[in-house]
Design a protein around this ligand. Structure first.
Ligand SMILES: CC(C)(COP(=O)(O)OP(=O)(O)OC[C@H]1O[C@@H](n2cnc3c(N)ncnc32)[C@H](O)[C@@H]1OP(=O)(O)O)[C@@H](O)C(=O)NCCC(=O)NCCS
Length: 261
C-alpha cells in the first residue's frame, strides 16, 4: 500500500504578546505538550531532560513563550484546518483579528524551533579569526557547561548597531510521523529569514547563528549542513545533565544580511 500523503506544512511564528489570556493559555499548553513529547521520544537529541521539564509549572512555560528575546516558530499542518469552525460566528469573532493565533489554535502542530537573541558577541575580532583562533560563538549562550539565556532587559537595552550579533536556535523538533518531508528545513529557513530581519532592524554589522548538536545526531547535523551551517567546534563540554559531562558539536553560519535565503 502506498504511504499516505502528508502535507508539506507551513511555518507560523507564535505571536508575542498574545492579547487574549484564553488563547495564550491554549498556545502555551500546545507548546508545552510538543516540547515534552520531543524530550520524551528523542531524549538523546536534547541537553534538557523530560523528567525535569515535566515538573515545570505553567508559569515557566508561559515565560518561555513570552520571553521578549525568544521567538518560537511552529510548523503546522494546513490540512488539519478545522474548517467547520470558520462557520461558527463566535469563533470568527474571537479569532478574527489575529490570523497567526487563529491558525495556531486551529491546526495541528508538526514541529517547533526557537530562536534566541540577538546577543552581542564579544569574542575575537575578524583579524584574530584569520590567525585561526576559534570563534567560540557558543560562549554567548553557554557558560560553565550550561545554557544561560541572558536577561531580556539587558539584551533589549544593548545598542547593537555595528556590533557582531549572535543568535541561537534551540529545541528543533519534528513529530516522527512528519519527518523527511522537508519540515525542519522550512523551520530553519524561516528562522534564518527572521534572524536576518531582526539583524537588519538592529543595524548590526554581522550576524551569526550558533547551534549545538549531539555527536550521534546525524539527522540534525545533516540538516544543518544542508542549510549552510558548518562545524566550528567539535567538542563543547556541557554538564547540564546529571551523571557527568557530555560533549556536543558546535555548528554556525554567518547570515547574509544583503539577501533573502
Ligand atoms: C532532525 C530533525 C529535526 C529533522 O527533521 P525533518 O523534518 O525530518 O528534516 P527535513 O525533512 O527537513 O530534512 C532536511 C535534510 O536533513 C537531513 N536529514 C534529515 N533527517 C535525516 C536523517 N534521519 N538522516 C540523515 N540526514 C537527515 C537530510 O539532509 C535532509 O535532506 P533530504 O531529505 O533531502 O535528504 C528530526 O529528525 C527530529 O525532530 N529529530 C529529533 C530532534 C532533534 O534531533 N532535534 C535537533 C536538535 S539539535
Amino acid at each position: 500500500m502506498a504511504a499516505p500523503h502528508h502535507p508539506l506544512g507551513q511555518v507560523v511564528p507564535i505571536p508575542n504578546p498574545i492579547p487574549s489570556s484564553t488563547d495564550r493559555q491554549a498556545i502555551v499548553e500546545r507548546y508545552r505538550d510538543l516540547r515534552l513529547h520531543g524530550l520524551k521520544v528523542d531524549p538523546e537529541a536534547f541537553t534538557s531532560l523530560y523528567e525535569d521539564e515535566v515538573k515545570f509549572p505553567y508559569k515557566t512555560w508561559q515565560s518561555r513563550v513570552e520571553n521578549s528575546i525568544a521567538k518560537t516558530l511552529v510548523a503546522i499542518d494546513p490540512e488539519t484546518d478545522q474548517r467547520e469552525q470558520i462557520e461558527d460566528k463566535t469563533y470568527v469573532e474571537r479569532f478574527g483579528s489575529n490570523y497567526a493565533t487563529q491558525r495556531l489554535l486551529r491546526q495541528e502542530w508538526l514541529g517547533i524551533a526557537t530562536i534566541i537573541g540577538p546577543v552581542r558577541f564579544e569574542g575575537q575580532s575578524d583579524d584574530a579569526m584569520v590567525t585561526s583562533v576559534k570563534s567560540q560563538l557558543h560562549t554567548a549562550f553557554i557558560k560553565d557547561g550550561q545554557y544561560q539565556i541572558p536577561d531580556p532587559s539587558t539584551v533589549e537595552n544593548d545598542d547593537l548597531s555595528d556590533a557582531h550579533a549572535v543568535f541561537l536556535i534551540v529545541g528543533l523538533f519534528i513529530l516522527p510521523q512528519a519527518r523527511r518531508r522537508g519540515l525542519a528545513g522550512r523551520l530553519v529557513e524561516a528562522s534564518i529569514n527572521s534572524i536576518r530581519e531582526e539583524a537588519r532592524r538592529k543595524k548590526v554589522s554581522k550576524a551569526s547563528i550558533s547551534i549545538q548538536v549531539a555527536p550521534k545526531n546525524l539527522a540534525a547535523q545533516g540538516l544543518y549542513k544542508k542549510m549552510g551551517f558548518h562545524v566550528s567546534e567539535k567538542a563543547i563540554v556541557m554538564n547540564s545533565r546529571p551523571g557527568g559531562e557530555e560533549r556536543v558539536i558546535g555548528l554556525e553560519m554567518e547570515v547574509n544580511l544583503g539577501s533573502e535565503s
